[in-house]
Ligand binder design. Structure first.
Ligand code: SF4
Length: 622
């Protein structure tokens, strides 16, 4: 037999094996094997009943809460497969146990290196070099509701330890940027003091759980979703098992009201539906339920699909837990591109997947196909901006506009004060990167108007700006091909100067294929691309049109690729001109694009391409 070195897969399998041996030795009060490296050694402290059992008699190994994830890794290794580098990093150091390391590194004024950059994201801290030599901190704001004192505290925290701004994200969440290495620990302490959790806001985790932003005040909603989203959030943050996923994961609750939670873009969507008496059966009595949808990931051109499973409000958490456990056990851990839930669903099919989920859930599912005729059609695409009546008589809410989601710390303080003085101290974030203050007495609306304007903000928006969303872009994200936030504002300004539209047109500007601004579901979607101009590479975009969500769900179709920003402006002008001139009476942009063939879509505005590239580029040269 030749003396061959171990293959990479064999080494990984042995690492897993020695980890198991280390746990067994720790249980027996013995030191871990010298040189084993103790794969996931930080997590292998075995305790029973809260006290260390080192030196005690042999006892059964206590199951680690995250053992399911390690077992899933072992499954791939035993087949001779190689774990992705992120899975290997998680195996070597449990990211949940890095608090001391993160704090000590911050005290030394250092940023993480190598795989620690990825692992530190588990604590909400993203080292965003080379875009910026600083951290970005993402939080978890369950259901998008934040209290006035929390927003005040965040403003102070951003002024003292970060760049003085707070960004609203497309998951109704908040981020603080420009955090020096030495301030990272202060940010973590400050958030905890405010009752805000950042653990699991990045990395391979269940991200901020979203809910309908008008939950509890919406005259049209079927089910109040904020309390459910908060329960889900607390369950996740209290169970280490829920941090053992193969990749990131999104959960949304939509109560069927006026503002969409974009649940069909999530891995798990719970969408409120009403079963009317005419359609009720003995198994499914009339009433309001959540329809379970699975596998949404629009960056990969897929919406969440219906499962035919209807759930009572109180069943949603247990079903989500079951889905996540199946995903932890069977999701891909060798190829990051195929590690999202969609790919497990594609490979197994929905029937097999739901069988596994049902086995975890422990009861037969309530099956009922909801037809479009039974869907609740309450969405209003402008309900997230301006003043609107609530379901509570005499109360209203105001939706404040934030072009591409950025607020200064002074604006944050001002908004917190408005919420405290005129509302209930509660503020709601939306996936449209804006903010709602509910519970205002109708008599106070004029005063709120004045106070909002005094902050340099607005409550009304054009049909272009109301649905304008942009990801961080090259100003703060290393993946971005273009400066999305800056270009989004320039594009909105340019189009507003040429068109007065009578219906909303959403423009989603995203910097790379990660699709944080969900370009495929915008009426107009832009994705960053580098464009060759002579010997130079300049910032530009691929353009898609005709995307939508909910009842109008559609993946945007490609109009053109690799356009400079100036060419994008010309192309969009041509497309909107075609829409305004050729649409049928009251036809929406989405419907107008839907009736165009692919060839016609490409043809839309192609005359714009006669523009001289270098001349056009200078239109917005900075
Ligand atoms: Fe960064 Fe890409 Fe996400 Fe934009 S879409 S924030 S560029 S990762």
């Amino acid at each position: 037999m030749t003396n061959q070195p171990f293959t990479e897969a064999q080494k990984q399998y042995l690492a897993g094996f020695t980890m198991g041996a280390d746990v067994a030795r720790a249980v027996r009060g013995l030191p871990v094997l010298a040189g084993s490296g103790g794969a996931n050694s930080n997590s292998a402290t075995v305790q029973i009943g809260g006290s260390s059992i080192a030196g005690s008699k042999p006892v059964p190994i206590a199951q680690l809460p995250e053992q399911m994830a390690y077992d899933a890794q072992d499954g791939f290794l035993s087949q001779g497969k190689k774990l992705s580098s992120e899975e290997q990093a998680k195996r070597e150091k449990n990211p949940l146990d890095l608090w001391n390391e993160v704090v000590e590194r911050s005290e030394r004024g250092e940023f993480p290196k190598g795989s620690d950059v990825f692992l530190t994201k588990y604590h909400g801290l993203f080292y965003v070099a080379p875009a910026q030599n600083s951290f970005m901190c993402r939080m978890r704001i369950p259901g998008g509701e934040i209290r006035d004192y929390q927003l005040l505290g965040l403003a102070d925290l951003s002024d003292g330890s970060a760049g003085g701004c707070i960004d609203i994200t497309t998951r109704a969440n908040l981020q603080i940027r420009e955090i020096p290495a030495r301030q990272a620990a202060n940010i973590l302490y400050g958030l905890r003091d405010l009752g805000i959790i950042s653990l699991g806001a990045g990395g391979d985790n269940i991200r901020n759980v979203t809910a309908s932003p008008l939950s509890g005040v919406d005259p049209d909603e079927l089910i109040e979703t904020l309390p459910i989203a908060r329960r889900m959030h607390h369950y996740i943050t209290q169970h280490r098992e829920m941090y053992g996923l193969p990749r990131k994961f999104n959960i949304a609750f939509d109560g069927g009201g006026r503002i969409s939670a974009l649940d069909d873009t999530n891995d798990i969507g719970f969408h409120a539906v009403r079963v009317k008496h005419d359609f009720a059966t003995s198994q499914v009595p009339a009433g309001d339920y959540f329809e379970l949808t699975l596998g949404g990931i629009t960056g990969h051109c897929d919406f969440a699909r219906g499962t035919g499973v209807l759930l009572r409000e109180e069943e949603t958490l247990k079903v989500a837990r079951a889905i996540i456990r199946v995903y932890i056990q069977h999701g891909d851990r060798t190829d990051r591109k195929r590690a999202r839930l969609k790919y497990l669903l594609d490979s197994w099919g929905f029937d097999k997947f739901l069988e596994h989920v049902q086995a975890e859930f422990g009861e037969p599912f309530r099956r009922f196909e909801i037809t479009s005729a039974q869907r609740h059609m309450a969405e209003d695409r402008l309900a997230h901006v301006d003043f609107h009546a609530q379901k509570q008589i005499g109360k209203c809410y105001v939706g404040i506009v934030f072009p591409v989601g950025r607020m200064t710390s002074d604006q944050a303080r001002g908004l917190a004060e408005i919420a405290r003085r005129y509302g209930s101290g509660r503020l709601r974030l939306t996936v449209w990167q804006n903010l709602i203050i509910p519970d205002i007495d109708e008599a106070d609306c004029d005063r709120v108007r004045e106070d909002v304007l005094r902050l340099g903000l607005d409550y009304s928006a054009t049909n272009i700006r109301a649905g304008l969303v942009a990801c961080t872009g090259s100003a703060g994200c290393k993946f971005a091909a273009s400066n999305t936030k800056r270009h989004a504002l320039e594009i909105a300004e340019y189009l507003e100067s040429r068109f007065e539209l009578d219906a909303p047109i959403n423009i989603h500007v995203t910097g790379c294929h990660h699709s944080c601004a969900q370009h495929y579901i915008g009426d107009i979607g832009l994705i960053g691309a580098k464009v060759e101009i002579g010997d130079d590479l300049v910032e530009g975009y691929d353009v898609v049109v005709g995307g939508g969500w909910g009842e109008n769900r559609a993946i945007g179709r490609v109009v053109a690729t690799k356009l400079t920003v100036a060419e994008v402006l010309l192309r969009l002008t041509q497309i909107l001109t075609a829409y305004v001139e050729q649409r049928d009476f009251n036809e929406t942009f989405n419907a107008f694009i839907r009736r165009q063939s692919d060839a016609q879509v490409v043809e839309l505005g192609s005359r714009a391409l006669v523009a001289d590239r270098s001349a056009g580029q200078s239109l917005f040269a900075r």
